[in-house]
Write a protein that binds this ligand. Structure first.
Ligand code: T3D
Length: 258
């Protein structure tokens, strides 16, 4: 069975991290396959939203620690450069919304992959652990970038240093997530959100994502100029015309993602 599953249905690409016996921990094969799968989703015209979830009871326990301990395994110098950094870059640069459907524990790189997504949803029984300090590592996979921006410096600092297990409901209250659903409704509620995103004006969503990526580093004047540039690009899309026409004609818009 493949360590990454892909299913494209009704304009949504569902990616499942699939090593449930290891709580979907990442080995090299799975990390490289996730990159390849994200590339497939990026270029698949029929997919206008991407969901990432885990098989079984976990989202992902991060790096497979048995692989690190294996003298034949990939060397530390390669792991971030070749495994995680390209995953995070892809999630941020893909011009479609990426939804993390966190169905269980998300630890280490598993947590930070989830936090790098555009919309983060979780089951009530899910939890988030910046597990790195517990094994003498620093938070990677964008954790030092995303977490302080999501929850503030002080909380991020405590979460990363203590490595506490944070229940989804607390993570929600801290601003780490968008919504928490009961375990038995997570799949259906996430599907509704993904299907909503998949019929929205995809280009405008992609431009919004680009602006958010840049807002993390730009000053206000630079960001205002960028908004001006991208608003003009959004206004030139077919979906903008459709949005305005549908409003005037008092009907539901049919966006085509162009
Ligand atoms: O260059 C670099 O390598 C840096 C990259 C770093 C990226 C990272 O992600 S570092 C952080 C790595 N992850 C961790 O440290 C988390 C380790 N796991 C845990 O702390 C716990 O498993 C959890 C809190 C996530 C879940 O606990 P629990 O009690 O629900 O499950 P469990 O019993 O600990 O685990 C169940 C099985 O999954 C178990 O296998 P077994 O004994 O039944 O055969 C366990 O060994 C396995 N497992 C869990 N996490 C990992 C793992 N196997 C390999 N690697 C794991 N990360």
């Amino acid at each position: 069975m493949s360590s990454i599953l892909l299913d494209i249905r009704d304009r949504v690409a569902f990616i499942t991290l699939n090593r449930p016996e290891k709580l979907n921990a990442f080995n090299r094969e799975m990390a490289l396959l996730l990159q390849k799968t994200l590339d497939i989703c990026s270029s698949a015209k029929e997919a206008r939203c991407i969901c990432i979830t885990g098989a079984g009871n976990a989202f992902s326990a991060g790096q497979d620690l048995t692989e690190i301990a294996d003298p034949e395994g990939p060397k530390m110098q390669k792991i971030l450069k070749e495994h995680y950094n390209p995953i995070i870059s892809r999630i941020r640069l893909i011009t479609k919304p990426v939804v993390a459907v966190v169905n269980g524990v998300a630890a280490g790189a598993g947590a930070n992959i989830a936090l790098s997504c555009d919309v983060v949803l979780a089951a009530r029984s899910a939890s988030f652990i910046q597990a790195f300090s517990k094994i003498g590592l620093i938070p990677d996979s964008g954790g030092t970038f995303f977490l302080p921006r999501l929850v503030g410096w002080n909380r991020a600092s405590a979460l990363m240093m203590l490595g506490d297990k944070i229940p989804a409901i607390d993570a929600l209250q801290m601003g780490m997530l968008y919504k928490v659903f009961e375990d038995d409704t997570l799949a259906a509620e996430s599907l509704k959100i993904a299907q909503t995103l998949a019929v929205m004006p995809t280009k405008a969503l992609a431009f919004t994502k680009h602006l958010l990526n840049n807002s993390a580093v730009n000053d206000i004047e630079t960001q205002l100029k960028l908004e001006d540039e991208f608003q003009q690009r959004a206004a030139a899309t077919e979906d903008f015309k459709e949005g305005v026409n549908a409003f005037i004609e008092k009907r539901k818009p049919e966006f085509i993602g162009e």
